[in-house]
Design a protein around this ligand. Structure first.
Ligand SMILES: C[S@@+](CC[C@H](N)C(=O)[O-])C[C@H]1O[C@@H](n2cnc3c(N)ncnc32)[C@H](O)[C@@H]1O
Length: 181
């Protein structure tokens, strides 16, 4: 029999824990791994995350002059590629709740010569600090699982996405079959 989740609890791995505890755990994890996140990501995924990111970029259809949000963007892999695609007339916002991840991302992008069309913003996906209808494309790659209130985050992303814009979520999950009967 599965345990019924209690109010104000959420999952962390396979455990059910109080929501505020998850926020603390997630922050601790990313503060401690920020400096070695890219290496760990390559080792743990066998480099496959690079392939998924390449497919995401191809399917995004991002064009010069567009405005892109990479939320939970961490060390900025997608941001760097979007920056080239939107060019000098466009803009990419690399946003993350964790200042350690954001700092590693900013240093990496600046050192790799990424253009000045990137803004770095510390923000929680659940309450994005942007005006309605701002972005042509929003990505959240391997970040939604870390967000405590996923519904709030998705509502927030929908609010700041332009009508007809594209939200792309990269995540590991089991697919569920829904019957239309
Ligand atoms: C697994 S990393 C993914 C980083 C990057 N998107 C990538 O694919 O390499 C997850 C990121 O989500 C961020 N994050 C966790 N909770 C968040 C939240 N509520 N709002 C914004 N970012 C969050 C973490 O700080 C971390 O940088």
């Amino acid at each position: 029999m599965s345990e019924k989740p209690q109010e104000n609890t959420t999952h962390f791995g396979f455990r059910q824990i109080p929501a505020e505890e998850k926020v603390r755990h997630v922050a601790d994890v990313f503060h401690s791994v920020a400096g070695k996140y890219d290496l760990m990501n390559d080792l743990m995924s066998g480099g496959v995350h690079r392939l998924w990111k390449r497919i995401t970029i191809e399917r995004s259809g991002v064009r010069p002059g567009q405005v892109v949000l990479d939320i939970a963007g961490g060390t900025g892999d997608l941001t760097r590629k979007f920056s080239r695609l939107v060019g000098p007339t466009g803009k990419v916002v690399l946003a993350d709740i964790n200042d350690s991840m954001l700092k590693v991302g900013r240093d990496k992008l600046i050192n790799s010569g990424t253009a000045g069309n990137v803004e770095y913003i510390q923000a929680n996906a659940e309450a994005l600090p942007f005006a309605d209808n701002t972005f042509d494309v929003i990505t959240i790659a391997f970040g939604l699982r870390n967000v405590t209130d996923k519904d709030a985050a998705l509502r927030s992303m929908q609010r700041v996405l332009k009508p007809g814009g594209k939200l792309m979520v990269l995540e590991f999950s089991k697919t569920q079959k829904h019957s239309t009967d």
